[in-house]
Design a protein around this ligand. Structure first.
Ligand code: G6P
Length: 461
């Protein structure tokens, strides 16, 4: 049984970050589904989380926060550039997201990636007691399962990839493709967001490593490696509970009042990343305004974007592109006191998010490629009133689950996207309800606790 084993999570980031309050530093738990999903399992198993603190070079000691042991892994400036910004975010991130930006292949970044993965593996292998379960997270640490297995064959090792796993035509570009596959194959169980991602992995492991086997189980170097899709989710109850409070009803009324009672609201909520297709939805909205299909007196697009990875030029460029487009649209179409696009570049507290979801007639989730996209699921969870409509890119993991409830679009097809936005604005109430009920059923039946439990149970089996 896994619950009798000690559980270690190894992830690029720790589940906490340091904030300054009244001149003193405090640790606060980071928001987000992954952290809230794993925290109960870690508490139950007296678990430990190994990760980078998000800070520059520091010599932080392990510390306990809210019942969880946190073990910081240090990264110096060169490592931050080579491992995190370089290999993880300028090589793997674009490569795994359909090459929507050209991946850069640099040998020095690869060496740093290997070194840093080695450090994470060393820390885990020193701390984990005999027979412990170690669950490695995401693309930053794909070599860790293999490195751990070499040191500690007694461990139960799991790996989950939060982003898409690309098809052979793209993955084959990677000069270190066999090393990455071998690294992953060190795990007992490998999880992907979708079945397609899992299938891609199976094909590649057979092709480049000579692994044998059918879908779901491979044999390699005398061991069995299982792999499958485990679509990640959100804490449905948390969003649903907030959405049902009288305070939320008040906040929704205030959002509607401030934006204009007469206006229908289209909403986008994203990390500011070039994979999110923010420009596609802006262009589609611009077209709808230009043709008069919608007008500013009766429609507004609210776009919140959380700045991300801003030390990297590709991210700064994306921000410029999005902000220029918003400026153009507003310059051309806004009225005095009524902007066509309301743009908030910041992180919002969850209560404000839920109120925005609750006020939005149409939610726009239009990534060019996305492992899952939790915003789509949060929207459904925040709508106990069973109203609203979701426009969802077919290139998200979420579309694999919500395909018969959302309005599915191709974000490269701006005309098609504009048509879907209009259709969503015009969706009859009965149809909104029918679709929303379905979406909520999917998300509540498969919340993030279900995700974590299914993975950990499969790992223990
Ligand atoms: C994606 C990745 C995560 C990552 C997050 C934020 O969701 O799958 O692993 O933590 O983006 O990016 P950052 O680079 O700020 O950690």
């Amino acid at each position: 049984m896994l619950s009798s084993r000690k559980l270690f999570v190894v992830a690029n980031r720790l589940p906490v970050s340091r904030v300054r309050r009244g001149g003193e530093f405090h640790w606060v738990t980071s928001p987000g589904g992954l952290v809230s999903a794993l925290v109960p399992a870690l508490r139950e198993n007296r678990g430990t989380w190994i990760g980078w603190s998000g800070e520059g070079k520091s010599t932080l000691k392990p510390f306990k926060h809210e019942g969880i042991e946190n073990v910081p892994v240090e990264l110096n400036k060169a490592e931050l550039e080579g491992y995190y910004e370089g290999f993880s975010n300028a090589t793997l991130w674009p490569l795994y997201h359909d090459c929507v930006r050209p991946p850069e292949y640099r040998r020095s970044w690869w060496s740093t990636y290997v070194e840093v993965n080695q450090r994470f593996a060393e820390v885990a292998s020193k701390l984990a007691p005999d027979g412990a379960a170690v669950w490695v997270q995401d693309y930053h640490l794909q070599l860790v399962p293999g490195m751990l297995r070499a040191r500690r064959p007694d461990l139960r090792i799991g790996f989950f990839l939060h982003i898409p796993f690309p098809p052979q035509e793209l993955f084959a570009q990677l000069p270190w493709r066999s090393e990455i596959l071998k690294g992953l194959m060190g795990a007992d169980l490998i999880g992907f967001q979708t079945r397609v991602g899992a299938q891609n992995f199976g094909q590649l492991a057979r092709r480049y490593l000579g692994a044998r086997g059918r879908y779901g189980v491979l044999s390699f170097e005398g061991r069995e490696v299982r792999y499958a899709d485990f679509p990640i989710s959100i804490d449905f109850r948390r969003f649903d509970d907030i959405a049902r409070t009288p305070d939320n009803a008040k906040r929704i009324r205030s959002v509607r009042k401030r934006l204009g009672e007469e206006r229908r609201i289209l909403l986008g909520i994203d990390r500011l990343d070039y994979t999110k297709g923010i420009d596609s939805r802006l262009k589609a909205f611009r077209d709808l305004l230009a043709t008069g299909a919608v007008d500013v007196e009766r429609t507004v697009l609210v776009q919140t974007a959380v700045p991300s990875r801003e030390r990297m030029k590709s991210y700064r460029d994306e921000r410029d592109r999005v902000e220029r487009l918003i400026g153009e649209i507003n310059g051309e179409h806004s009225l005095l006191g009524q902007s066509a696009v309301q743009y908030l570049r910041r992180n919002l507290p969850v209560e404000e998010l839920v109120a925005l979801y609750g006020a939005a007639d149409v939610m726009l989730v239009t990534p060019l490629r996305d492992g899952m996209n939790l915003v789509a699921k949060e929207y459904a969870a925040s709508r106990p009133d069973e109203r609203g409509a979701l426009v969802l890119s077919e290139f998200t993991g979420a579309a694999h689950e919500l395909y018969n409830a959302a309005l599915i679009i191709n974000p490269y097809d701006v005309d098609g996207l504009a048509a879907a936005m209009l259709a969503a604005l015009e969706l009859e109430e009965d149809e909104q309800r029918r679709r929303m009920v379905r979406m909520r059923r999917v998300v509540s039946g498969h919340d993030v606790y279900f995700w974590a439990n299914s993975f950990l149970e499969a790992l223990a089996a």
